[in-house]
Design a protein around this ligand. Structure first.
Ligand code: ZN
Length: 465
């Protein structure tokens, strides 16, 4: 038989038999459950940590399945493979943070008989998408004593939710003529917290107006219910996120709709892959970082030294005497992050031959960056070729794409921070529609294929030479 001369990526659905479709649906259910529980980096790291503990992972690096958390926001896990560690790791790195609205440190204000929380958005949001929709509060409040009060409020049907009001169309005649970048003011992203005030006592002397009666009542309520004072908000991390569970989308239930799929889709699929993989090749590692959406800085972001410190300790425990730099140089890594799928309604921002399609499997992105590949890792063709062979041998669907037309924007991932160690690294992750929105869409076929691809990577045979 002659080989296929022309290249055409594979639509997973065209080749999926009933059993595969059932497997996809089952994995999608577990994925949705994960998304519903994990809406912040802290919740995600706590969830992954628990799954690792349930699967015999320990904090003692002297064992074969290990993990370490940093500040509840970053997590490194490793599992010993068949091949000694001096052949490097097979590392998959993803990020657990997603765009959202963070409460400011002094959030509470009262205007026009409404108490609101001032916010500072986190990551790349389109501001109008956060208006006039129910929001839940997730995060922590740290009291003066150091006690940490976890907050999840608005997810249960008997709990109140929160909301940012939008301007009525009747009075938006000026606003609708403004460019989108100017029409929505970040200082108007104020979350409504309360509206009632105290009943007046009727006492003539008490008639003098209290300043900010709604805020006063709210502070009383917060104190009665949770023992909070206004100063407690200063040492809090409160995130307003979209309310509600992940849902199947479409008559055929072929898509998952949920907040925070960038990049928890990669956290989930990489974790599933590592837990299920056979320890046949290199030792496996999973790295989960925070702060990717704001540039990867900070102690728990990809530009920190956390991965390096973990590697140094791992090498000391698993192959003493070998320089950690050698292991890093020998390692293979997948920067597991999402790509933008070809949007049916905005096809003109993509260059179609090099755009990702939903249902065609995880997307290799050789380089990210923008305007002449600026800020890109640009993976080497040799490593890409190795992975192509690996996935083809297992008949796992994959595609290659870049994010949008040249000079029409772009984006970055954690790939370049991994590449800084000299390891081989390429971006590989599923494509999404409505990326960075409160309700992102992923194909359940891609969730399945991405997990398969990460598992193949973890199980990849190593040429002993
Ligand atoms: Zn991402």
């Amino acid at each position: 038989m002659t080989p296929h001369l022309a290249y055409k990526p594979k639509n997973i659905w065209e080749h999926a038999d009933a059993k595969t479709r059932n497997n996809m649906a089952a994995l999608a259910q577990r994925y949705m459950d994960f998304l519903t529980r994990c809406k912040t980096e802290r919740e995600t790291v706590a969830h992954v940590r628990q799954r690792l503990l349930d699967n015999g992972y320990q904090e003692d690096f002297g064992t074969d399945r290990v993990f370490r958390c940093l500040r509840g926001k970053a997590l490194f896990a490793a599992r010993r493979g068949r091949v000694p560690l001096d052949k490097g790791l097979a590392l998959v790195a993803a990020h657990a943070d997603s765009p959202r609205l963070d409460f400011k440190q002094r959030p509470i204000v009262e205007q026009a008989c409404v108490a609101q929380a001032k916010t500072h958005y986190y990551g790349g949001i389109r501001k109008y998408q956060w208006l006039a929709r129910p929001l839940a509060l997730h995060g922590v409040v740290v009291r003066e004593s150091g006690e940490v009060l976890p907050v999840v409020l608005g997810e249960e049907t008997d709990e109140p939710v929160f909301c940012i009001a939008d301007l009525l169309p009747h009075l938006a005649q000026q606003q609708v003529k403004q460019p989108v970048s100017e029409a929505f003011d970040a200082e108007k992203l104020n979350v409504i917290l309360a509206h009632s005030c105290q009943q007046k006592s009727g006492d003539k002397d008490e008639e003098k107006e209290t300043k900010d009666p709604v805020k006063t009542r709210l502070l009383e309520l917060l104190h009665e219910k949770y023992g909070l004072t206004e100063e407690d908000f200063i040492t809090a991390e409160l995130q307003a996120v979209p309310v509600g569970p992940a849902r199947l989308v479409g008559f055929d239930g072929s898509l998952v709709g949920a907040y925070g799929q960038d990049d928890r889709i990669c956290v989930f699929t990489a974790l599933e892959a590592m837990l299920e993989a056979e320890a046949a090749g290199r030792s496996m590692a999973l790295m989960i970082w925070d702060k990717e959406e704001i540039g990867s800085d900070g102690a728990t972001g990809a530009s920190s030294r956390f991965l390096q410190y973990c590697m140094e300790d791992l090498v000391r425990a698993w192959c003493p005497g070998v320089p950690p730099s050698h292991v890093l140089l020998e390692s293979r890594a997948l920067s597991a992050d999402v790509n933008g799928a070809l949007d049916p309604d905005y096809q003109d921002v993509h260059e179609k031959q090099n755009a990702a399609l939903l249902g065609y499997g995880p997307v290799f992105c050789k380089y990210t960056g923008s305007r002449g590949k600026y800020g890109a890792n640009d993976a080497d063709a040799e490593f890409f070729g190795e992975l192509r062979g690996l996935l083809n041998a297992r008949a796992i669907a994959w595609q290659a794409a870049e994010l949008g037309k040249v000079d029409h924007g772009g984006g970055g991932t954690v790939a370049l921070f991994l590449a800084a160690y000299g390891m081989r690294v390429i971006d590989l992750g599923p494509s999404l529609l409505s990326m960075h929105s409160p309700f992102e869409l992923a194909s359940i076929a891609d969730v399945y294929a991405t997990k398969q691809a990460y598992q193949a990577f973890f199980e990849a045979p190593v040429q002993q030479n």
